[in-house]
Design a protein around this ligand. Structure first.
Ligand SMILES: [Zn+2]
Ligand SMILES: [Zn+2]
Length: 260
């Protein structure tokens, strides 16, 4: 399936979580907060994680709840949409090479407006859970291994073309553990695959509040993506109403005024 054309730009916000996964607030609270903040388009994208090893993550939506999730959002659309405010139904889907096509074929039966393809794991290593996970890797060589494997996984994610939007492209930097080698060529391959896929990339502002103190992805990657003509959506990855609109001016500055 070709990626859908999404409403991008600073008055659209597509990457947001609620208590249906690891967000802190109910859908209604988040939606009303987005509407009150003056957004024109707001999408909820709770976590959908279907691990190939069958392990269940407590920060993701239980699989059997998806029909209720969609139904709840359809009902809120009826109640809360106005002429100047649209609510979209999204899902942040974890990418695993082993089952990605199968997972997306399953999701195609639901009236989702879009999906975000994200990688939170390298093998079974969770890249964005805790700083301790990174410390326990046991040194720079292992950190480098995580980066190599992560970029390889992102390359496959982008080549798959299965999603509408690619989430937090350089997420492994979250706790400020950086590779000791130049991963520029690996990133370039990922960006070229992303451009060829027709999917969009997000500029995710949440990283500015993390140890890395930088949005995902870094300025140089954003600049390269712009030169390649990759559509870019600003997103805040909100898990609380106070995150809505957070660091959006900084994101606009990073885009150099070149809005999608
Ligand atoms: Zn994520
Ligand atoms: Zn997220």
């Amino acid at each position: 399936m070709a990626p859908r054309t999404l409403p991008l730009g600073p008055t659209a916000s597509l990457h947001n979580h609620t208590v249906w996964s690891d967000g802190e607030e109910e859908m209604a609270v988040m939606i009303r907060a987005a509407r009150d903040a003056g957004l024109a388009v707001f999408g909820i994208s709770d976590h959908w994680v279907c691990r190939p090893d069958g392990l269940v993550e407590d920060w993701a939506m239980p699989a059997h709840r998806l029909p209720d999730y969609v139904e709840a959002l359809l009902a809120f659309r009826q109640q809360l949409e106005t002429d100047s405010f649209r609510l979209l139904i999204g899902l942040e889907v974890d990418f695993f090479e082993e089952n990605a096509a199968e997972v997306m074929a399953h999701l195609a039966q639901f009236p989702l407006d879009y999906t975000i393809g994200s990688a939170h794991f390298v093998g079974s290593f969770p890249v964005d859970h805790t700083r301790e996970d990174w410390l326990q890797l046991g040194g720079q060589r292992h950190i480098d291994d995580i980066y190599h494997a992560y970029w390889q996984k992102l390359l496959h994610l982008c080549q798959s073309g299965l999603y509408d939007l690619v989430g937090h492209l350089d997420l492994p930097k979250k706790f400020a553990f950086r590779p000791s080698y130049d991963d520029g060529p690996e990133i370039e391959a990922v960006l070229q695959a992303l451009r060829d896929s027709g999917m969009a990339m997000e500029l995710n502002t949440a990283g500015w509040a993390k140890d890395c103190r930088d949005a995902y992805p870094a300025a140089a990657i954003v600049a390269r993506a712009q030169r390649l003509g990759i559509p870019i959506a600003i997103s805040t990855d909100s898990h609380h109403p106070s995150h809505i609109g957070r660091f959006v001016p900084e994101a606009l500055q990073r885009l150099g005024g070149q809005l999608p």
